[in-house]
Design a protein. Structure first.
Length: 141
């Protein structure tokens, strides 16, 4: 018989009369229950765990990716460089464009992590139909 795990989290607030959880918090809740969480997509995001797939989307149809992936920059850096977990920035001075090609399918997401003077910054962009993408970043290289 398998044990059922129950997690309780307080909502971040209320929006239009409904409880609201930030998308990053939802992913972190899933990660608390299952260490193997994979995210796919930019507009509507699917979070996959060993227990199932969960569709994350906004009520108004706008892209969820920017809000979700911005919240996950810090945890992503902590996974790659645990000793740098507190040294990251949400720099919005994105004046440099990086053009990249990937084998990922259209609609997937690429996160570009850059480091300037020991501080990491994460920027994201969706993959286009031809496998190309343009990421705007504060880092020139």
């Amino acid at each position: 018989m398998s044990q059922r795990q129950v997690l309780e989290w307080r909502a971040d607030g209320w929006k239009n009369g409904e409880r609201y959880f930030s998308p990053g918090l939802v992913v972190m809740m899933l990660k608390s229950a299952d260490q193997n969480v994979t995210l796919n997509g930019y507009k509507a995001v699917v979070a996959r765990t060993s227990k199932g797939a969960y569709s994350l989307a906004t009520n108004d149809g706008s892209a969820l990716g920017p809000a979700l992936y911005d919240e996950l920059v810090g945890p992503a850096i902590a996974q790659i460089r645990p000793e740098r977990r507190q040294q990251w920035s949400m720099n919005r001075n994105r004046v440099h464009t990086h053009r990249l090609t990937t084998g990922l399918p259209e609609g997937e997401v690429v996160m570009l992590l850059t480091r300037t003077k020991g501080v990491y910054t994460g920027d994201i962009a969706p993959v286009l139909a031809n496998g190309t993408l343009q990421i705007r970043s504060s880092s020139p290289a």
